[in-house]
Design a protein around this ligand. Structure first.
Ligand code: ACM
Ligand code: ZN
Length: 493
């Protein structure tokens, strides 16, 4: 019999599994292929019928339970007549399915015989989408979650509030939607009103979609800065009481939540309580970045708060607020996450140890936080994790002020050589961020995300270098094209 020629499995996958043994022969996936499953894996098996276009019933593909396999770990054995997947958790079975799906997409449904044993290096493998600067539809968000999950990413950080729009409902604060979710002072936009928000049902639906794909959803509510949309809706929450506008310029704005006004704390308490109910996963991101203190310096209420609390500086006042907000999150049984500015002004009031620090201004914040005993997510803008930046330093490339080449992302590591073993233990993983000041469409979001997000997924799962990526770039592009995902095809550095 003539042998079917195919690429080896290792050229079809991104991220590359930890262990692959290539074997002779292929399994042909087709509409008649059948799936059986251990009851633990009912949900994954159903998804498999959709993603591989086959049916439940027979035993061509078999999902078996093997208790001793860790979270996200799996074994995949492909022989000519059968595929056997073994996992000890739903996430393991799901990751195996994504590996299989990648091979099917890249290789015209021919699955080369092989033995794969796989598990991730880091537990936090995330991506962030800014839905405030530009609004993205639930359909598009699901498309991205699916594409990210295909790469074994497992955290969707959803940036929902900022100066340019508030995007989720809070009962009792309806103006957040009627006022805060639209901008009308249109500097850069041709329409007369720009905005949008997600309903509770849409948010629940997106979460359900993500959970089916073993992806947690982390909502971010910016505090105390980046708050113009909140202040435009409720001017009494600012130091000068307004009037304020939902911004249509990009940048950092001086007016922030008034730290001296108890109504701000009441609002935050209410918002965090409702968000904790609506979002069912264990984390809430509380922002904390880029908060100027100019308004606080001039505000009698903020100055009084500092005096009453014995605080020496506005930075300490921000830290006082961070602590208050963290306690609200903890009281709901969730873990707070903050951008690395939360480490500032902590001389008097150390931060709650449950706070997870997201290091974005390089790696220094993450290193410092890990030395203080905080858990850390690395997302340094200097080291390959900012996907709003251009792919190349070229006038013609779309993107924001910085440059993140494919090479840079391909070199990213969440741990740095200067960390000792104890600090390294605190690094949960990493994350790629897409800020969307200049990203006006779903297509341009895809172009900026891919293939950098694919590269990042590999650095967090099983790190390979750029050269290895180049051998798999064609197959990756084939998969992205089949999924109708726009992507950058230019130079790597
Ligand atoms: C950030 O990029 N301002 C967190
Ligand atoms: Zn104030």
């Amino acid at each position: 019999m003539q042998k079917t020629k195919t690429l080896p499995v290792r050229e079809l996958l991104m991220p590359l599994p930890k262990h692959i043994e290539e074997k002779d022969g292929v399994f042909r996936l087709h509409h008649g292929t059948t799936i059986s499953y251990d009851p633990h894996f009912l949900e994954v098996a159903k998804l498999a019928t959709e993603q591989l276009l086959c049916n439940l019933g027979g035993e061509d593909i078999l999902f078996k339970f093997q208790e001793e396999l860790n979270e996200e770990a799996y074994h995949l054995k492909v022989s000519k007549n059968q595929i056997v997947i073994k996992a000890g958790t739903k996430s393991g079975a799901f990751c195996a399915l994504q590996t299989l799906r990648q091979i099917a997409l890249a290789n015209d449904n021919l699955i080369p015989c092989c033995l794969i044993q796989d598990e991730p290096l880091y537990s936090w493998r995330g991506f962030m989408l800014d839905c405030s600067r530009h609004f993205f539809s639930p359909t598009f968000i699901k498309k991205l979650i699916d594409a990210a999950a295909l790469h074994h990413l497992n955290r969707f950080h959803w940036h929902l509030t900022d100066d340019q729009g508030w995007r989720l409902p809070i009962t009792g604060y309806e103006k957040l939607i009627t006022v805060g979710s639209f901008r009308t002072e249109l500097n850069y936009t041709e329409t007369t009103r720009y905005g949008g928000s997600y309903t509770e049902d849409e948010i629940r639906d997106i979460q359900e979609y993500a959970h089916t794909r073993c992806m947690l959803v982390i909502p971010e509510i910016e505090t105390p800065g980046h708050a113009s949309a909140l202040l435009a809706s409720y001017p009494n929450l600012g130091c000068t009481k307004g009037p304020y506008e939902v911004q249509d310029r990009w940048g950092i704005f001086e007016e922030v939540m008034c730290a001296g006004n108890d109504e701000v704390l009441t609002f935050l308490q209410t918002a965090i309580h409702q968000i904790s109910t609506l979002f069912t996963d264990p984390y809430i991101h509380i922002g904390g970045d880029e908060c100027p203190h100019t308004a606080w310096q001039r505000c009698p209420a903020c100055q009084k708060r500092m005096k009453d609390e014995g605080l020496d500086s506005a930075k300490q006042l921000q830290s006082w607020m961070t602590s208050k907000i963290c306690k609200m999150v903890e009281a709901e049984g969730k873990r707070p996450i903050g951008w690395d500015e939360v480490l500032e002004g902590t001389e008097k009031l150390s931060l709650p140890s449950s706070l997870i620090v997201m290091s974005w201004r390089g790696e220094q914040g993450g290193i410092e936080a890990s030395n203080l005993g905080h858990e850390v997510i690395m997302s340094p803008n200097t080291a390959g994790c900012y996907f709003d930046y251009k792919h190349l330093d070229s006038f013609d490339e779309p993107g924001n002020i910085g440059v993140t080449t494919l090479e840079k992302t391909a070199e990213f590591s969440p741990v740095s050589p200067s960390m000792d073993d104890q600090a390294k233990e605190k690094i949960l993983g990493g994350q790629g961020n897409l800020w969307t000041e200049l990203v006006t469409s779903a297509r341009s979001a895809e172009y900026l995300l891919f293939p950098r997000l694919s590269l990042l997924s590999e650095r967090l799962w099983n790190p390979q270098d750029l050269e290895s990526f180049e051998t798999r770039r064609t197959s990756l592009e084939k998969k992205l094209t089949l999924l109708d995902i726009q992507h950058y095809k230019g130079k790597s550095h």
